[in-house]
Design a binder for this molecule. Structure first.
Ligand code: NAD
Length: 383
């Protein structure tokens, strides 16, 4: 008989649903996990949304007030999938109440926010997992191993790109994402945070950076009612976009490697075009999220005209074996969250962290703050 872990989800938009599905799927993919999540309660401020979530996804109860989750003795672990401006208050309060946290990136609006949640988690002695899901892709883990084992030689330079069109339509609703007070630094927290995490995961710490930012769609329409995800609001009253659509950033790693990180939320023609290219002294490795289980691998002794092989990763790579029996059976986005859920629950069960931690969120947030500073001052800065 496996012990139950009472879980709650706060904020039931896109990520709330994905976290909930991940908890539900854990026993299918990881039958040996020592704890099995039990969906206890869901908190959501939009009237009726929590009740609907409970009905459809199987939570025992529903509330509009996330503070009830902090006081709920049935809950041991909480997914914080509310907008960025709430991460700090919710995260600090829940950790203080002894709840383990699976919290979405970027963990607040600034590095100070991420640090506050990290400190609260450390003080309370609870576990904290952060939603940097792209590093969970088996192909990304395989790329990291290839790089770490010297398979492409010494890393010289890396390019990380995160281009999306989710905000390209000027009629995209002016939600929390586009306000500084509630959405923070825009595409920096939204996409570049993932890029920083991937860059660090593959190539180590960033020593300094120089960034440029831009807003390309300065006005959007206010929505008439509740939204989730990237809703449209055609004809709504126009309002100003207060944070960045684009960031371009040069990186210097402590290893001496150089990098370019570019993220944009208004790139027409790009749908989830997230990926990296890492070039070493003897080879290179390429990954594109849209072909998540493939790696381009160039290795050998040829230097010039060395071919690039397409490798379909299989059960030997990362957590692939928990999902499919053989290479080239596709995994998808939600699977990355099942892996994250597994690492979170395992951390709770064993009292030691697996996968991302709040320290990773602090590193990422410090780099994002540094990008903003650099864009303002026009120079190289250290995160
Ligand atoms: N890891 C990833 O790939 C990924 C992808 C998308 C979003 N995110 C992160 O997840 C978080 C949520 O993003 P989303 O796309 O799901 O947004 P969303 O707008 O779809 O959902 C947010 C939900 O939170 C609810 N909410 C707002 N205030 C609340 C409150 N006080 N109490 C309870 N619920 C409240 C909203 O009503 C909404 O339903 C953000 O921090 C975002 O950065 C991560």
């Amino acid at each position: 008989m496996v012990d139950a872990l009472g879980v709650a989800v706060i904020g039931f938009g896109w990520m709330g649903r994905v976290h909930t599905r991940a908890y539900a799927r854990l026993p299918h993919h990881y039958p040996d996990l020592p704890l099995r999540p039990r969906l206890v309660t869901v908190a959501e401020e939009v009237p009726g949304r929590a009740e609907e979530a409970a009905e459809r996804f199987g939570f025992v109860s529903a509330t509009r007030d996330w503070r009830e989750v902090a006081a709920d003795p049935r809950v041991q672990a909480v997914s914080v999938t509310a907008p960025n401006f709430l991460h700090r208050e919710i995260g600090v309060t829940l950790a203080g109440a002894g709840k383990h946290l699976w919290i979405e990136k970027p963990v607040g609006l600034t590095a100070a926010d991420a640090r506050a949640v990290a400190d609260a988690v450390a003080r309370a002695g609870v576990q904290g997992t952060v939603g940097f899901n792209y590093r969970n892709a088996p192909a990304v883990e395989a790329a990291r191993e290839l790089i770490a084992s010297g398979g492409i030689g010494t890393v010289a330079h890396v390019r990380v790109r995160l281009f999306s069109d989710y905000a390209a339509d000027p009629d995209t609703a002016l939600t929390w994402r586009y306000e500084r007070r509630r959405g923070g630094s825009g595409v920096l927290g939204d996409l570049a945070s993932h890029g920083v995490d991937l860059a660090r995961f593959l190539c180590g710490e960033i020593a300094s950076l120089a960034a440029d930012t831009a807003v390309f769609v300065p006005e959007r329409s206010r929505p008439g009612g509740a939204t989730a995800g990237h809703a449209l609001a055609p004809g709504g009253e126009p309002g100003p976009v207060e944070n960045e659509d684009y960031v371009g950033c040069l990186l210097r790693f402590t290893s001496g490697a150089r990098g370019v990180l570019e993220a944009c939320r208004v790139s027409v023609g790009e749908q989830n075009a997230y990926g990296f290219e890492v070039h070493g002294s003897r080879g290179a490795v390429f990954w594109d999220f849209r072909r998540m289980n493939e790696l381009g691998v160039c290795r050998g002794t040829g230097y010039r005209d060395q071919p690039v092989a397409t490798v379909h990763v299989g059960p030997g790579a990362g957590e692939f074996a928990a999902f499919q029996p053989g290479a080239a059976n596709a995994m998808g986005y939600d699977d990355l969250k099942v892996i994250e859920a597994c690492r979170f629950v395992r951390s709770v069960a064993e009292g030691t962290p697996y996968g991302t931690t709040l320290a990773d969120a602090v590193h990422s947030a410090r780099a994002l703050d540094a990008m903003e500073r650099s864009a303002r001052t026009g120079g190289w800065v250290s995160p």
